[in-house]
Each structure stands twice: as structure tokens, then as C-alpha cells.
Design a binder for this molecule. Structure first.
Ligand code: COA
Length: 232
């Protein structure tokens, strides 16, 4: 199986570098207890986000949501030079957030898994990102048969036991990144044509995770600008 490139360095970035046409910025946000202090983050959220945060049953899930959502706002704030709490979002039919108010040229997408969130940014090209912590997910072959193409499902069924889970998550993150790029979500209509128009690239953002990014055209992973909002 082809090795997935690992992100070796997340560059500490108090402010974002220029996002060049065709470039891909990928930010890492820590959403666990080692992440940013929550009392500084609540005030950055919109009323809609505060309402969602309050409705989580478990504190751990609420805290991840707050750190990811406020982290996204802080990251966007650096590009747009607007206060994090003033970033104007609107939501497409299946829930994909996007910028409005004159900032439509900056495309972004967020994903969270475990205590890690990733934000992909792109200039004038819709982008989708998905990240998954590799863990036992029950009957991977049965899920694959339901969710993936018959070819992908057959490959996963035929994989050696020690490779099967990784292969499953490669296909899973590709599917999610794809449906997140055009915003239709997993419940939306299947769109085999999207597979032909979107490029999907995988990386290992941290050991134990697999991520995929989907966009019409993507540079190789080695050319992605990988950033950590340390100090912000
Ligand atoms: C979008 C979707 C694939 C995300 O899956 P996931 O693995 O659970 O979540 P991820 O962590 O990768 O991504 C979540 C983030 O993606 C963004 N997002 C939400 N909906 C999205 C969509 N349709 N497309 C792209 N991005 C979306 C949000 O920023 C969200 O963060 P938030 O939950 O903190 O607001 C899944 O939730 C889905 O299919 N949703 C659509 C549901 C739908 O079709 N509803 C129809 C209206 S009733």
C-alpha cells in the first residue's frame, strides 16, 4: 500500500502567511485540555454557536466544540483582519459554513476528531477536509459495502487484517472530504461525477490520525503550508 505522507512540521504562526492562488493552508488546533483556555473562547462564539455548545451532554465534547469553533474564528480573523467574534458566516442547505459579507473569496473547511481539529483554507476554490483518529469501528467491511464503491469495498475485504483499518479510513476520509468540498454532506445525493472533478490527497497530521483534503486542484502534500496558531 502506498505510504501516506506525514506532516512533519506545524509552523508556529501568530499570523497567517499569504495564501497564494492554488496554495493550500492547513492549520492544526488542539481541542483537548491542553488547548486554549475556555474562558477566553466563549466570548468569541456567535449566539448560534453558544447555543450549540450549551446543548452538549458531555463537557469533553462541549470543550472540543468550543476550542474548534473559536480556533476557526481566530484563524480566519488573521486572514480577514476582522475580530474573531465578528467573522460573518452563512450556512448552506446541508450545513456547510462559508464566509459572507465580502469575504467570499476565502474558502475554508473544518474537521474535528478526538482532541484534534484541522482547518483547510483555499483561495476561491471550495475545499473539504476530513480527519479521523484510527480506531476500531466495528465491521469495517460491512460499512465499506454500504458506503463505498464496490471496488473499494472489495479491496478492503481483501486487505491483510493489519492493513484493513488503515485502508478503511483512507476511503472514509476521502468520501467525507469529497462530500464536504461541495457541501452536500453524507446524507446528500451520491455524486460519482464529483470523484472525477475533485482531487483528493491524504496525510497523517499526527500519529494515529488520517486526514484527506478534497479540492478541484491540489498541490502535493509536501507543498501544503501547515500551521499552528501558537501564541494567538
Ligand atoms: C458534513 C459531515 C460530512 C461532517 O461529518 P463529521 O465527520 O461528523 O464532522 P467533521 O468534524 O469532519 O466536520 C464538521 C464541520 O464541518 C463543517 N460542516 C458542517 N456541515 C457541512 C457540510 N454539509 N459540508 C461541509 N462542511 C460541513 C462544520 O464546520 C462542522 O463543524 P461544527 O460541527 O463544529 O460546526 C456530516 O455531518 C454530514 O453529512 N452532514 C450533513 C447533514 C445533512 O445533510 N443535513 C441535511 C439538512 S437536514
Amino acid at each position: 500500500m502506498k505510504a501516506i505522507p506525514a506532516i512533519r512540521h506545524w509552523h508556529p504562526a501568530p499570523y497567517p502567511p499569504d495564501l497564494l492562488p492554488g496554495g493550500l493552508h492547513l492549520w492544526r488546533v488542539r481541542t483537548g485540555p491542553e488547548g486554549a483556555p475556555l474562558d477566553q473562547l466563549w466570548p468569541l462564539l456567535s449566539p448560534r454557536e453558544v447555543d450549540r455548545a450549551r446543548r452538549f451532554r458531555f463537557d469533553r465534547h462541549r470543550e472540543r466544540f468550543i476550542r474548534a469553533g473559536a480556533g476557526l474564528r481566530r484563524i480566519l480573523s488573521g486572514y480577514l483582519e476582522v475580530a474573531p467574534q465578528a467573522i460573518p458566516f452563512e450556512y448552506a442547505a446541508a450545513g456547510k459554513p462559508r464566509l459572507t459579507g465580502g469575504f467570499e473569496g476565502l474558502d475554508f473547511n473544518l474537521t474535528t476528531s478526538g482532541d484534534l481539529a484541522l482547518v483547510a483554507l483555499s483561495a476561491n476554490q471550495p475545499v473539504g477536509v476530513d480527519c479521523e483518529r484510527i480506531r476500531d469501528c466495528g465491521d469495517a467491511v460491512a460499512i465499506a459495502r454500504r458506503m463505498f464503491t464496490s471496488r473499494q469495498a472489495a479491496d478492503i475485504a481483501a486487505a491483510a487484517a493489519e492493513d484493513r483499518l488503515e485502508q478503511f479510513y483512507i476511503a472514509w476520509t476521502a468520501l467525507e472530504a469529497e462530500v464536504k468540498a461541495d457541501g452536500r454532506g453524507l446524507l446528500g445525493p451520491r455524486n460519482p461525477a464529483a470523484r472525477k472533478t475533485l482531487q483528493i490527497r491524504h496525510c497523517v497530521p499526527e500519529p494515529g490520525f488520517i486526514a484527506a483534503v478534497a479540492r478541484k486542484r491540489l498541490p502535493p502534500v509536501e507543498e501544503w503550508v501547515t500551521l499552528d496558531p501558537t501564541g494567538r
